[in-house]
Design a protein around this ligand. Structure first.
Ligand code: NOJ
Ligand code: NOJ
Length: 644
């Protein structure tokens, strides 16, 4: 099968480090100083690898998503132990939000295409009748679907009410970008109806029990409530931009924020991740310390609408309560995992979902460890932006760990203490990234978990969410360090604006609800994307071929044009196996002239044999016409020996 699309190893690194003029892969000269830090060196390679990891898992062009409908984000290509070859509303929405933020900086057309394909899919997905209901009766809370968009009807922890909120947040972020580009009418006609259904779902069900994001316990969830609040706030802001209104957003958001306060325990000094649990079908009691609260602080955080860190209603990353929780949660894994033994307080450790976890052996997770870093990077960026940092009784224990002489008080920029405190947090955050670096395999692949004993990767391979977490944590890191510079960067825009006033809470929290409307959205007619930049004559063509090999064997591509060796196997292009895993993938990117037609084949060669000694694919020559489809290049998806 020949697909459209994907291109080079171009990655988010460009997005993070360069002011963007036009989309084009580039060699990025890193300064010597940053090159000498092993974390910087690792990230320089890992960021583009992770972006590939994400795009590989999105149908239909994704190299590891064969047979997956266009725009569907699978959780992982792993089909057994565990089978994650489904699309989860949560994972997919977090993925697209990450791509929207990256796209706003890089203009990489591959990302925009994935975003649009995803939104197209949601139009139909919202109307699928599921075991949770259909569009108007709660179906939006269905947690996962088959990769071909059919409802998943097996037993599962449903509903999971964070999904519609996260999807609204992701689509609104792209809607904001479209509006900035002058496409408000497209947003109004086509995106608003999709978003509105999700906002309706949130307004109706926020006060109704849900399964938590780990799909295990049924009750009230801090993560779910926090992102529901953000969805309605973002939704109301979008409505305003469109000269519409979202009365249900306005009536419910303050109540959600009111309810959100109840998860904080002043006596325990951390956020309890789940409350009101239905204990009849639940596992034994838990401490309540759970990294879903860290995930909540990063995903509910909208830097554009952020209040000051000491806003008493806020759980944003720099808030005292979120920092106290960060300490309580990460500390709970210190004595638990052998790989954390001997690491003193204030130094980063491997972080899992929650200490009582037994799923797949209850191991540390990459995405939880990365979230611990990301929260701190966001906090650093906020303190730098505000020019002040407040140590209170609540966050003092957090600061003491990383800055032993810390004392309550307000510290302002550019005082020495302010700078040292911020730097200590940054160093601590980097430590969590270094843990992930340490326990990642050399090729860069990120699974779901890593062993608490040996640190080797475990559970689902190539977990989309792990790659997303690496990308968002790295973007937050670049932002905190001020190495990301672009006026098209939405997350930086508004840096000069004062923080929003804290929202006022209702006097009494009330379990309210507001219903509807639910109206199926219609097929979207998108504005055209710009094509080749003037003067561009070649485009990156990515060759993906699935072929099982043994150590010592190489796969190459050879063909009729010079860039493919003109049928001389000694000039063939060697493909890379660094994404080989549950999917036996070899790939390579070749710049080819637009309009050229060519024939080619894949060949196999033992690395220790003469370059002329090869095994050819047993089939007719493959044919390729290089066409620019405005997608940042082309992608060819092939299976060794099979016809297209
Ligand atoms: C599968 C879920 O995805 C995972 O989060 C959960 O821990 C296990 N089921 C066990 O319930
Ligand atoms: C299990 C995790 O607990 C859940 O949060 C996630 O959505 C699924 N795996 C798919 O990645």
């Amino acid at each position: 099968m020949r697909g459209r699309g994907l291109s080079t190893l171009f990655g988010l690194i460009l997005a993070l480090l360069l002011p963007v003029v036009a989309f084009r892969p580039a060699q990025i000269p890193l300064s010597d100083a940053s090159e000498s830090d092993p974390l910087d060196v690792w990230l320089e390679a890992e960021i583009p690898y992770a972006l590939d990891g994400v795009l590989n898992n999105i149908g239909s062009r994704g190299a590891k998503a064969t047979g997956v409908y266009e725009g569907v984000v699978i959780a992982s290509p792993s089909k057994n132990d565990p089978n994650y070859f489904y699309t989860w509303t949560r994972d997919a929405a977090l993925t697209i939000k990450c791509l929207v933020d990256a796209f706003a900086v890089s203009n990489d057309p591959r990302l925009q295409q994935a975003i649009r394909d995803y939104i197209d899919v949601q139009v139909s997905l919202q109307t699928v009748s599921t075991p949770s209901g259909d569009l108007a009766t709660g179906g939006l809370g269905e947690p996962k679907f088959e990769a071909d968009l059919v409802a998943f009807t097996g037993e599962w922890g449903r509903p999971q009410r964070d999904g519609p909120a996260l999807r609204a947040i992701a689509i609104i972020a792209y809607a904001d970008w479209l509006i900035e580009q002058g496409h408000a009418s497209v947003v109004d006609s086509f995106l608003w109806p999709v978003v509105r259904n999700d906002l309706s779902y949130v307004s109706e069900y926020w006060n109704t029990s849900t399964y938590d994001i780990w799909e295990e316990v049924h009750g009230s969830s801090f993560f779910t409530t926090a992102v529901q609040h953000r969805a309605l706030v973002d939704g109301a802001a979008l409505a305003l931009q469109l000269n519409r209104s979202c009365p249900n957003c306005l009536s419910q958001a303050p109540q959600i924020l009111c309810f959100l306060q109840s998860f904080w325990s002043p006596s325990d000094a951390f956020i309890h991740a789940n409350t009101n649990l239905h204990h009849n079908n639940n596992p034994p009691r838990r401490s309540g310390k759970d990294s879903s609260a860290i995930l909540a602080s990063i995903h509910a955080f909208n830097p554009l609408a952020a209040a000051a860190c000491d806003d008493p209603t806020s759980f944003q990353p720099c808030s005292a309560r979120a920092l106290a929780s960060h300490k309580a949660i990460t500390d709970s894994f210190r004595p638990l995992y052998p790989i954390n033994q001997g690491i003193p307080a204030g130094h980063a450790v491997a972080v899992g979902r929650y200490p009582e976890d037994v799923y797949q052996g209850g191991q540390p997770w990459y995405l939880c460890t990365l979230a611990a870093a990301q929260q701190l990077y966001h906090a650093v960026a906020q303190w730098k932006r505000l020019g002040s940092l407040n140590i209170t009784a609540v966050n003092l224990p957090f600061f003491r760990d990383i800055y032993p002489s810390a004392a309550a008080g307000v510290y302002t920029s550019p005082s020495q203490t302010f700078c040292q405190l911020v730097e200590a947090v940054e160093t601590y955050a980097d430590g969590f990234m270094r843990i992930v670096q340490k326990y990642s395999p050399a090729n860069g692949a990120l699974a779901e978990q890593f062993s608490r004993v040996t640190g080797t990767p475990l559970s689902a391979k190539d977990l989309t969410w792990s790659y997303v977490a690496l990308l968002t944590a790295s973007a937050a890191r670049a932002h905190a360090r001020g190495t990301e510079q672009s006026d098209t960067d939405m997350s930086l825009a508004g840096l000069d604006t004062p923080p929003s006033p804290p929202p006022s809470l209702p006097n009494i929290c009330a379990p309210t609800s507001a219903t509807g409307p639910y109206i199926p959205a219609t097929k979207i007619s998108w504005p055209k994307m710009p094509c080749l930049a003037p003067g561009e004559e070649t485009i990156p063509v990515r060759f993906n071929v699935r072929v099982s090999t043994i150590v010592g064997e190489d796969i190459l591509v050879v063909g009729s044009v010079a860039a493919l060796g003109q049928w001389d196997v000694r000039q063939a292009v060697r493909l890379s196996a660094d994404e080989y895993g549950v999917v036996p993938l070899w790939y390579g990117v070749v710049e080819l002239r637009v309009g050229r037609e060519m024939e080619y084949k894949f060949i196999k060669r033992r690395a220790d044999e003469d370059a002329g000694d090869v095994v050819w694919e047993n089939r007719l020559n493959r044919e390729l016409r290089v066409e620019e489809e405005c997608l940042g290049g082309m992608v060819v998806n092939a299976v060794w020996g099979e016809s297209e």
